[in-house]
Design a protein around this ligand. Structure first.
Ligand SMILES: Nc1ncnc2c1ncn2[C@@H]1O[C@H](COP(=O)(O)OP(=O)(O)O)[C@@H](O)[C@H]1O
Ligand SMILES: [Mg+2]
Length: 349
């Protein structure tokens, strides 16, 4: 049987460029191991930080060395010149995190190419990425979330008489600590935990420099649990994992500095909590119209047994050590089987 040519898309313009290269290397390896070796050919496509696509030997070199290319100034027309290998791809595997990769933009391009791809389509990706749209969809589905408020940049950078009133309202509604988040970033970029009126003002001003849309959430003291979902129309949930770390919250540095955080799989939890989380994870997946894969994150307040849905990630980290593949490994699907199933789910869709 002819091998299926998988176009592996990685790198990208977001702050998670390096993470993406790591994930892609692990996936490329798994697609060339065991049974997968006879089934798949991997064609790497590296998207540089400036947005230009590179295929062939250079892309392979980036993948092997896990070293990004330094990217130069370009003119916009270059963004519409794709390497000729694009035409050989039978199925795409986007391994891109954050803006331009996880938010429906690349999914729109691949849809226009009329070639199947792994993961969520435009709608699921876009709704899953934007924290405000995501929260509204979850609220409509009756899924439990912490209290939150959405504001726009124009309200923050408005008349200096209006801004203090906005902060007063947020303070009255949510109290402290609260979390200020740009709606569309991920990896904790631009997120601040605030404990006072003046910190709130500074955090809103700073978040507004990242995004037009900002969300503020009531802070909870909770355990952080994660559940992996796999499938299209009948998605399944994995065992539940937990992330622990030292420090104030799970910020960018904690996430990506080795040894700063620990993963516990499965998390020590009562069976009824596990069952509720798995059910909510699948509901969250369906609510945003996700497909293929997603990692769904929760806050669990142990004293009161309250569970809050925090967020869905439609293209979660995918290195050998990432939560998503580890959760499936503990559920009985190893890394090689997982990437195989994801490609098959893309072809089925
Ligand atoms: N409402 C909250 N209460 C307590 N901690 C929070 C809250 N919101 C965010 N955090 C902390 O900030 C981290 C990042 O927030 P999250 O919304 O998951 O952003 P990202 O999409 O960038 O991962 C969380 O993992 C958690 O440690
Ligand atoms: Mg998160």
């Amino acid at each position: 049987m002819a091998k299926i040519r998988v176009g592996l898309l990685f790198g990208g313009r977001s702050g998670e460029h390096e993470v993406s290269i790591n994930s892609a290397q692990a996936i490329a390896q798994a697609l060339q191991t065991g049974n997968n070796r006879d089934k798949y050919d991997v064609l790497p496509f590296y998207i540089q930080k400036n947005g230009v696509w590179i295929a062939g030997e250079t892309a392979n070199r980036v993948l092997d060395s896990k070293t990004p290319l330094s990217s130069e100034e370009i003119n916009p027309s270059q963004l519409w010149q794709f390497p000729p290998q694009v035409q050989e791809v039978a199925v795409w595997f986007p391994v891109l995190h954050g803006p331009n990769g996880e938010d429906g933009t690349i999914q729109g391009l691949l849809t226009l190419m009329q070639v199947p791809f792994v993961g969520s389509g435009v709608l699921g990706s876009a709704v899953g990425m934007d924290k405000i749209a995501m929260k509204m969809a979850f609220a409509q589905a009756g899924l439990p979330q912490v209290k939150y408020q959405a504001v726009e940049r124009s309200q923050i950078w408005s008349n200096p008489c209006i801004f203090p009133k906005l902060c007063d309202d947020i303070e009255a509604a949510l109290g402290y600590p609260c979390f200020v988040k740009p709606a569309n970033l991920g990896s904790s970029v631009g997120i601040a935990k605030v404990r006072s009126h003046s910190e709130l003002e500074t955090a809103l001003d700073s978040a507004a420099s990242y995004d037009r849309r900002i969300v503020i959430e009531a802070g909870v003291k909770a355990r952080e649990l994660e559940c992996a979902v796999l499938g299209n129309d009948n998605p399944k949930a994995s065992v539940v994992g937990e992330v622990t770390f030292e420090g104030d919250f799970y910020d960018y540095e904690t996430k990506y500095t080795e040894g700063r955080s620990q993963v516990h799989i499965p998390a020590k939890l009562p069976a009824n909590i596990v069952a509720q989380i798995q059910e909510m994870a699948v509901q969250a997946f369906k609510t945003v119209d996700a497909a293929g894969l997603a990692r769904v994150d929760f806050f669990y307040v142990e004293e009161t047994q309250e569970i809050y849905l925090n967020e869905i990630n439609t293209l979660p980290g995918f290195t050998k050590f990432s939560m998503y593949p580890q959760l499936w490994n503990a559920t009985g699907i190893n890394f090689e089987q997982l990437v195989d199933q994801l490609v098959q789910l893309a072809l089925e869709k």
